[in-house]
Write a protein that binds this ligand. Structure first.
Ligand SMILES: Nc1ncnc2c1ncn2[C@@H]1O[C@H](COP(=O)(O)OP(=O)(O)OP(=O)(O)O)[C@@H](O)[C@H]1O
Length: 573
């Protein structure tokens, strides 16, 4: 938690101003009961109207300054907390961007979203409360005890016994509640995960009529969150009645012993009023204390979760500038795999086993094979989303690990199996691939990917807004838009991971024809033999191994698996 305080450093002047005005407010608040005691003892009891007016005016002036100090304090506390929240969120976000795929999987997307939103908001609120009242509460309690000693030391002795006991009790609650709130935040992660899954698959839920099942699943997590939150709050709530009971007991003690002292002329009525006034202030701030415990306990849990992300090593290959020969562009796009094996982190088996093949510059390689045979893994290694476990992957004769990762990826156009589109216009989505692309280049990419004519039919053409995840486009349109986004990069290497599945044969053939003149080395994963047949070479994969490589004619004769796939799609004839 204290590590998070370093984020306040840039705003120390604003935080100090908030603090200063909080101290002014506090000092004057502490003086108010003292002023009232003076008014009673020197003015009302002595029947001196001028003394009453004098202390009355002092009281009004002090109240105005308290009010103004409160406003200024709130302003600076809000400024500091909002800015610190912004900085933490920004740092957290860029840290998340620097994680490798396996680290991101380990944290889980829903948990990262909760950390970026809810956890940061908890810290923001704690900093605001810290500068507004949290610091004030202990100081006011200490100040009220000191003032009570100045007013009447004998009666104030009760505080010395009771207040440390109370504080001890409250710290114990704070520790217990901290653990409880970590569980609350974890439950919140689960709720977010279910919501993400649910909203992302709303169509699937509808067609499978799984609405009730999903509602039950959500309710189960929701009830679990509710129970955990209630038990955490219950713990904190026990502190309020216990605190009130003890402090009311002190007030009764002051009234009892105070009345005896007034009768024996060892204390004045004003002193007793002032002492009770200080006690009620301590009570009100001790009840703020229980709120503070709650806020601090939650913030402690949130700070731990944020700290965990910030302390995790940035392990995206982008960060490790490991290129030795300083090559930062792909010249020709010649790809060669030499006995490459690969195992996913935490996986039991190798996804690729001793894979060797070559694709010459400007050629097209189609990869076919059963599901789970390692096709996507091959293209992911070329984009260096992972490094080979064994063997070498070379581009233009140089080991891929010697390239600067960012530059390597800048020369690659990658179209994933699932076409992710972003909220924005069609033009924005294509330009996402290359933000420097001119209008003509965007249109050219759209033409090559066979989506241009569809776009022209929309009322706003390239400025048509796409909803979240492109809901107003068909599956095939989304795929072609994703291809246009890759083509606009003018890549040296184009990786198409089964991204033409939703296209009809005619459109797909046109698309592949228009890619050819671009002379980029293309690796195309496909389930369709009709598509694979157009490639210069076809690689046949089975259980992570290459079982055939060559053109269509060669494979029909030499590769049993290829022939089987062919016969399934075209019939034995
Ligand atoms: N992130 C991952 N972590 C662990 N194992 C993985 C991961 N991704 C894939 N695998 C495993 O690696 C193997 C190869 O997966 P890959 O996605 O390359 O197959 P594929 O041929 O592209 O399949 P499909 O045609 O269904 O897309 C599979 O057994 C799969 O379960």
């Amino acid at each position: 938690m204290f590590k998070m305080l370093s984020f306040i450093k840039p705003y120390r002047i604003h935080a100090s101003i908030a603090w200063m005005f909080m101290l002014i407010e506090l000092l004057l608040e502490l003086m108010l009961p003292f002023i009232i005691a003076k008014m009673i003892d020197d003015g009302i009891q002595e029947l001196k109207l001028d003394v009453v007016i004098h202390w009355g005016l002092v009281l009004v002036a002090a109240s105005i300054v308290v009010f103004l100090s409160g406003i200024i304090n709130t302003f600076y506390a809000a400024y500091t907390s909002q800015n610190v929240g912004y900085d933490i969120r920004e740092k957290l976000y860029s840290q998340i961007q620097s994680f490798s795929l396996s680290t991101l999987t380990r944290f889980q997307t829903s948990s990262l979203v909760t950390r970026l939103t809810n956890d940061v908001a908890q810290l923001q609120q704690t900093i605001f409360m810290g500068l507004r009242i949290m610091m004030k509460a202990p100081l006011l309690i200490a100040g009220a005890i000191i003032m009570s000693f100045i007013v009447n030391a004998r009666l104030a002795m009760f505080f010395i016994i009771v207040v440390p006991l109370l504080l001890f009790f409250l710290v114990w609650i704070f520790k217990k509640a901290g653990t409880a709130f970590v569980s609350v935040q974890r439950r919140l992660d689960q709720i977010n995960r279910i919501m993400r899954e649910n909203l992302g698959a709303i169509r699937l839920i509808k067609v499978f009529s799984r609405k009730q099942y999903e509602i039950k699943r959500f309710n189960k997590e929701s009830v679990s969150l509710q129970k955990q939150t209630i038990s955490a709050f219950r713990l904190i709530e026990t502190s309020t009645p216990i605190t009130m009971l003890i402090m009311n007991f002190i007030i009764m003690t002051f009234l009892w012993f105070g009345s005896i002292q007034v009768q024996t002329n060892t204390a004045t009525a004003g002193e007793i009023v002032a002492l009770i006034n200080y006690t009620t202030r301590i009570i009100s701030f001790l009840s703020i204390f229980s709120m503070m415990i709650m806020i601090f306990s939650r913030a402690k849990a949130s700070a731990g979760r944020i700290h965990e992300v910030m302390e995790t090593k940035s392990d995206d290959l982008n960060m490790n500038v490991s290129f030795k020969k300083n090559r930062d562009v792909i010249n020709h796009g010649h790809i060669s795999f030499h006995h490459v094996s690969f195992q996913y982190p935490d996986a039991q088996e190798f996804a690729l086993k001793n894979v060797s093949f070559e694709v010459k510059s400007g050629e097209t390689l189609a990869i076919v094979g059963e599901t789970g045979s390692g096709k996507s893994t091959i293209v992911q290694l070329i984009a260096r989303l992972y490094d080979c476990s064994e063997g070498n992957l070379c581009i233009d004769g140089m080991n891929i690990e010697d390239f600067a990762v960012k530059s390597l990826r800048d020369d690659i156009g990658f179209v994933l199996q699932e076409s992710h589109l972003f909220t924005g216009t069609i033009k924005d989505n294509i330009k996402w691939g290359n933000k420097l692309a001119a209008e003509e280049e965007v249109i050219e990419a759209a033409k090559s990917s066979q989506i241009h004519h569809n776009i022209l039919k929309f009322k706003n053409q390239y400025d048509t807004l796409i909803g979240q995840k492109g809901v107003n486009l068909s599956g095939g349109q989304k795929q072609r838009l994703a291809i246009a986004r890759a083509l606009v990069r003018k890549p040296k290497i184009l990786l198409l991971d089964d991204c033409t599945s939703a296209l009809d044969v005619k459109t797909e053939a046109k698309l592949l024809q228009s890619i050819k003149p671009m002379k980029c080395t293309t690796i195309m994963i496909t389930q369709k033999i009709s598509t694979a047949m157009n490639a210069d070479q076809i690689l046949v994969m089975n259980k992570g191994e290459v079982v055939g490589c060559g053109n269509h004619e060669e494979l029909i004769h030499n590769c049993y698996l290829y022939r089987q796939i062919y016969e399934t799609q075209y019939g034995k004839e």
